[in-house]
Design a protein around this ligand. Structure first.
Ligand code: AMP
Ligand code: GLY
Length: 423
């Protein structure tokens, strides 16, 4: 069969790599893709938001299944556009992708269906939000309602900071229209865990857990980024916590969406905080995580195309989802200066070292080919993943593999997976 993947990051490279393992797949296209994806798929220069062009392309090439990696097209209704054209597509429709697209929607859903999350209030007006902050407990968290490239969250330690934050989000509109409404939320403490799942509208199958490192610098210092590295599984996500999450969060979320007339098919990514009062939902995403995917999919045993199709067809209950009993660590190699200012266009050396090395992967995020040479082309450049029998072994392997790659201004965190020493 022919598969089209929509997106261009390390996550889509990992999805494409996993799809390529399927004996059922004869050809993979990726729109728009990147230079690394171009080694295993044919990249087509169509943007992820160009729905009409993507639909026309899928028709012309007789694509059997399209997989949407990114949030923007999902929230914008790409799945509805494909379905209207009679094309098979993996991902939530617009009315379900709102689970990620609107934080106010997701908070109201959790409240209505008693799914554990931080206490909150929603505001459409800056003056009401400012009045609320006069008596609210600090620290406090402000979130732009809409999509803001993962950056519309402000953690405020003082009342002054919080008031400034309301101005930034609602009056200065630093994150655009995403800030026309905000969620003001109780600050929670605990360990964060990312849990991805496949959902077919009724049934949910949980993937192995992972943990991201969002800040740019060692020790969780520096600015928020798209993610600087991940490990899987999380040793803090115990069987007992898994049991509680299945009972109070996972299936209840799927049932709630169905009850609201918004059946969810696709990936639900649960961003969880393991608090003293039990696991609570930080956020929902309607897609795979980046760079969580780069540690989760290399450990997945199933043919992912079978699982995608079971979600589309509503037969996920028949799937026995299995993961290897090992561990994986991904270290992101970035351009120095990310997430602010950085230079691009430097030649990347050493990529060939990964060829034929079992359990080692290099997923491209921001690269391009220039006269046959891979060069840096983004803030996050590559994700180096390695597996190991234990998390410690996987971490040692991943850091050893980061040394195989060189490029000017190469930057990485040196403490990805350090938390496992505390487990
Ligand atoms: P989100 O985009 O909602 O996942 O928020 C981004 C990051 O902000 C999360 O990964 C957490 O580290 C942090 N965060 C979000 N909400 C809260 C909260 N209520 N309490 C503490 N930290 C939070
Ligand atoms: N790694 C966090 C995310 O994909 O949203």
């Amino acid at each position: 069969m022919k598969v089209l993947i929509v997106g261009s990051g390390g996550r889509e490279h990992a999805i494409a790599w996993k799809v390529a393992q399927s004996p059922r797949v004869e050809k993979i296209y990726c729109a728009p893709g990147n230079a690394g994806i171009g080694q295993i798929a044919e990249c087509v220069p169509i943007g992820a938001m160009e729905f009409d062009k993507l639909v026309a392309f899928a028709r012309e090439k007789a694509i059997d299944l399209t997989v949407i990696g990114m949030d923007d097209p999902l929230v914008g209704g790409i799945v509805d556009a494909f379905e209207a054209a009679g094309l098979r597509v993996f991902g939530p429709r617009k009315n379900a992708a709102i689970l990620e697209g609107s934080k106010a929607f997701s908070k109201d859903l959790m409240k209505k269906y008693h799914i554990p999350t931080a206490a909150y209030a929603c505001f459409d007006s800056a003056s009401d939000a400012l009045a609320y902050l006069e008596t609210a407990k600090m620290p406090i968290v402000l979130k732009a309602d809409g999509l803001a490239l993962g950056k519309g969250v402000l953690i405020c330690n003082t009342r002054e900071e919080a008031k400034e934050g309301v101005k930034t989000l609602m009056l200065d509109r630093q994150f655009g229209a995403a800030g026309s409404r905000i969620v003001v939320e109780e600050f929670m403490t605990g360990r964060e865990v990312s849990v991805l799942s496949f959902v077919d509208g009724d049934t949910i199958k949980i993937m192995t857990s992972a943990q991201d490192h969002k800040r740019a610098k060692d020790g969780d210092q520096g600015l928020n980024t798209g993610g600087m590295g991940t490990f899987s599984p999380s040793p803090f996500y115990t069987e007992e916590i898994d049991r509680i999450c299945r009972e109070t969060i996972y299936q209840p979320t799927v049932d709630a969406m169905k009850a609201e007339g918004r059946p969810f098919k696709g990936i639900i990514f649960f961003g969880l905080m393991l608090t003293e009062d039990g696991p609570k939902v930080l956020e929902y995403n309607a897609r795979f995580g980046d760079p969580e995917t780069q540690v989760v999919l290399p450990r997945m045993k199933n043919d992912i195309v079978d699982v995608f199709e079971a979600c589309v067809d509503g037969t996920l209950h028949q799937v026995d989802l299995q993961f290897e009993d090992n561990a994986a660590v991904c270290v992101v190699l970035a351009s120095d200066g990310y997430p602010e200012h950085y230079e691009k266009g430097f030649p990347i050396h050493g990529l060939e070292t990964f060829q034929g090395k079992d359990g080692y992967y290099v997923f491209h995020a921001g690269t391009k080919l220039e006269n046959g040479q891979f060069v840096t082309n983004g803030g996050r450049v590559l994700g180096v993943t390695a597996k190991g029998e234990t998390l410690r072994q996987a971490r040692a392997n991943a850091y050893a593999a980061t040394e195989w790659i060189t490029f000017d201004n190469k930057y990485m965190r040196h403490d990805i997976g350090k938390a496992i020493d505390e487990a």
